[in-house]
Design a protein around this ligand. Structure first.
Ligand code: PMP
Length: 432
């Protein structure tokens, strides 16, 4: 596929050169459309090969094995906080003392939803009133960020205030200013390691600042979604400062709500999710959870504890994921580099973990690129998705998720994407 049509800087081309280039790109695009591709770079799902790594789970715990380390019969009701042996494995990985960690359900998003809904209905420890729709409650949203965080706030009528991300996390000065000056600001969404979609690893200074900053709201919460805590793409296991300890030291022990899950460690639909926080927060959440269930699926938790074994066992398992994921991320980087470097048509992140590459195209071009790709049979996450209310003010950011497609499909999809980026860029420059 002719993806190397333009390697010079588009912005330096004369109008005549741009027009000629447009014709060439249109020709290539027509060819691309003619191939009737059906490719998908939308969601950060593990591939079938990654899920196969946990196939053994399906045979665990096995008939006759159902007793937890403390003698709990996992087949029966109860044990709302989850099995101790699994919490002991994940406590150090999520930087939460096992005694303050809850293992519950199969989805951390569900636990975030529980927290937000109960905050909206009743408030959290320290609230003077619920964060109800119409109360004016607002949450800071580092952008670009995770679309499902934003969809959850939108559903509950919680206002979202975007804050730009930089290389160390959200712009701390801006967060401090907004949190200090307005008591309606009740919290902030954070994906502290290998952020979705930028791959950012929060600096220690950012973590300490968030934990210690003055907030006008007495019930301010950091929604610390550590979804990619052990999901490294290089040999460096990046560390993020311990937010619970930092908040404790700063005299704000109730501020962090920590979330995590095994969705991208074991089975994305049948994993285990975690919530970690201060004792009063854990009592608050389990008090609410206890009204909707008598206990979580402890057989699944036992199966996970047996399969993973220890924190080191989790790391070893994640090395096997890395062996499958790394070549796909390398392929994306190589294709973007070959097709776009020097053109001035896009810049992109080089993540060292997580599931995404974040691509910035020329301002005003992201939705056009997504539409062109869709017409050519390449599904991309909708432009605007990584922003509150689905609105990217600069129409610039596109999130790429390379994990799911097989390498050959991924290769074709990125080739096609590169062409669409160039075409949209040249159209834009000719208009401007
Ligand atoms: N948080 C982030 C940042 C994610 O990227 C994802 C998955 N795409 C989730 C949460 C969802 O996690 P779970 O499967 O545990 O609900």
């Amino acid at each position: 596929m002719p993806v190397t049509l333009v390697t010079v800087s588009l912005t330096e081309l004369s109008r005549d050169e741009l027009t000629r280039t447009l014709d060439e790109l249109r020709g290539a695009y027509d060819e691309l459309r003619g191939r009737a591709l059906a490719l998908d770079l939308t969601r950060g799902k593990p591939s079938a090969e990654q899920l196969d790594l946990a196939e053994e789970l399906l045979g665990l715990p096995g008939a006759g094995t159902h007793t937890a380390a403390d003698g709990t019969d996992t087949r029966n009701y109860g044990g709302l906080r989850g099995l101790a042996e699994l919490r002991e494995i994940f406590g150090p990985l999520l930087d939460v003392p096992a005694g303050q960690l809850v293992a519950f359900g199969n989805s951390s998003l569900e636990l975030m939803h529980e927290c937000m809904v109960h905050a909206a209905l009743f408030g959290v420890p320290g609230s003077t009133r619920p964060w109800a729709p119409g109360s004016g409650a607002a949450v800071l949203c580092p952008v670009p960020g995770y679309d499902r965080h934003f969809a959850l706030c939108e559903k509950l009528g919680i206002e979202m205030i975007p804050v730009p991300m930089n290389g160390e996390g959200p712009d701390l000065a801006e967060v401090e200013r907004l949190a200090a000056e307005d008591a309606r600001v009740k919290g902030i969404w954070c994906v502290p390691k290998y952020s979705n979609p930028t791959g950012t690893v929060y600096s220690a200074q950012t973590v300490r600042g968030l934990a210690a900053m003055r907030t006008a709201a007495p019930d301010f919460r950091i929604f610390w979604d550590n979804a990619y805590a052990v999901h490294h793409l290089t040999e460096t296991r990046h560390e993020v400062a311990d937010v619970l300890a930092a908040a404790d030291e700063a005299g704000n022990p109730d501020r962090p709500f920590v979330f995590g899950s095994t969705s991208k460690i074991t089975l994305a639909g049948s994993g285990v999710a975690f919530f970690g926080a201060s004792k009063s927060n854990v009592d608050w959440l389990t008090g609410h959870l206890g009204k909707r269930t008598i206990g979580p699926d402890k057989v699944n938790q036992l199966r996970h504890a047996l399969f993973l074994g220890s924190a080191d066992g989790v790391h070893a398992h994640m090395d096997r994921h890395r062996a499958l994921l790394r070549p796909k991320f390398d392929l994306v980087q190589r294709k973007l580099e070959e097709g776009l470097s020097g053109t001035g048509a896009a810049t992109w992140t080089v993540p060292e973990g997580g599931y995404f590459v974040s691509l910035d195209v020329l301002d005003g071009c992201a939705s056009r690129v997504v539409a062109l790709a869709a017409e050519a049979g390449i599904a991309l996450t909708p432009a605007g998705a990584p922003f509150p209310y689905g609105k990217d003010p600069n129409d610039r950011v596109i999130r790429l998720a390379p994990s799911y497609p097989p390498p050959a499909e991924l290769s074709d999809a990125v080739d096609g994407l590169v062409l669409c980026i160039k075409l949209a860029g040249v159209e834009h420059l000719l208009r401007g």
